[in-house]
Design a protein around this ligand. Structure first.
Ligand SMILES: Nc1ncnc2c1ncn2[C@@H]1O[C@H](COP(=O)(O)OP(=O)(O)O)[C@@H](O)[C@H]1O
Ligand SMILES: [Mg+2]
Length: 320
């Protein structure tokens, strides 16, 4: 059973974990648009491919799957998730399983405004959000919402162009100068990250790892500590099953005075996944089982509490 990791970038640990799980089982192949993407050098084999926006991109990936007898393919970057889901039938025809959620869900999670509407309509606690400035100021006047608020691109990622705003003038200024911005209620609470695996065969949530974020840096969790709460596990399970996610997902949650708020979902391995893996949640093994036609047994919360994660830098050296 061989696996293909697309857009490996600098996610070396993800590639290394797959190599461990697939050792003696098959080859780990990785791609990147750059020869200087460090993670490809940790794979058994790698390919340099055009950017995902290239019209011939998906055919090139399908060719790699054919040539390398790839059993499962996944991507580590958001913009590629929908593209893979959209072409799922073409991969399937080659015997390659796309490890991920449906096209509709990938698109939903990319759009923070649509995600907000989905969460609110399905009765989940979430941050009230506006695209319409007039509606937002009406809510402020009515005393339904108070400053600070967050202004951010409704299709943004990596915390780019996110602002915490303390007054109406600044909201006006940001909206006048930026495009595609949304206004969001400030969630004033403990940030939580969840790494979840939904079995690709049974559709059951089989593994959940949750951590409290201690420090964020450049839009990423820099330090975190694992914890467990049955009530949170139940919420995550209900939400994930109701939405219909598949494979690996990463969820941002806030704990505000004991109430959990769902903030956003990335239907892929999140940047903080190594914390889950090192604490005992080996989702690469779950993927391998699924690709071998084996459904995984439910094993939620199979890790220790109080395991800390601290990020630090590494370098890859390559001689020409
Ligand atoms: N409404 C909010 N309330 C509190 N913090 C927020 C809010 N929106 C964003 N943030 C902070 O900014 C980070 C990035 O925002 P997020 O909505 O997750 O977008 P991205 O797609 O860039 O990750 C969050 O992890 C959180 O720390
Ligand atoms: Mg986020």
């Amino acid at each position: 059973m061989n696996i293909l990791i697309l857009a490996a970038g600098s996610r070396n640990k993800i590639v290394q974990y797959f190599k461990k799980a697939f050792c003696g089982e098959g080859t780990v192949v990785a791609t990147d648009a750059s020869e200087l993407g460090p993670a490809i050098y940790d794979a058994d084999k790698h390919y340099i491919v055009p950017p995902i926006t290239d019209p011939g991109y998906i055919d090139i990936i399908l060719d790699i799957c054919r040539k390398e007898s790839i059993g499962g393919v996944l991507s580590l970057i958001d913009p590629e998730l929908s593209l893979l889901a959209q072409n799922e039938h073409r991969f399937k025809a080659l015997g390659t399983t796309v490890i991920g959620s449906s096209f509709e869900l990938c698109e939903l999670t990319l759009d923070k405004m649509r995600m907000y509407h989905w969460l609110a309509e399905h009765g989940y606690n979430c941050a009230r959000s506006w695209m319409d400035k007039g509606e937002f100021f009406k809510a402020v006047s009515a005393g339904e919402i108070a400053y600070p608020v967050f202004v951010k691109p409704y299709r943004g990622s990596a915390s780019i162009s996110i602002s915490k705003v303390f007054d109406g003038d600044t909201v006006e200024l940001l909206l006048a100068h930026g495009r595609d911005l949304m206004i969001q209620e400030f969630l004033n609470g403990q940030e939580i990250g969840a790494d979840v695996y939904i079995d690709m065969i049974s559709g059951e949530v089989v593994s959940i790892f949750t951590k409290k974020k201690i420090k964020m840096r450049a839009g990423e969790t820099d330090k975190a500590v694992s914890f467990k709460d049955e009530r949170l596990f139940e919420l995550i399970e209900r939400f994930v099953v109701e939405a219909g996610f598949r494979g690996q997902i990463d969820i941002d949650i806030f704990d505000i005075n004991g109430e959990y708020y769902i903030s956003e979902v990335n239907p892929r391995f999140g940047g903080g996944y190594p914390h889950a893996y090192e604490a005992g949640c080996d989702h690469m093994r779950l993927i391998l089982n699924n690709l071998n036609g084996i459904a995984n047994k439910k094993n939620i919360g199979a890790y220790d509490e109080g395991v800390y994660m601290m990020k630090y830098n590494e370098v890859k050296i390559l001689k020409a």
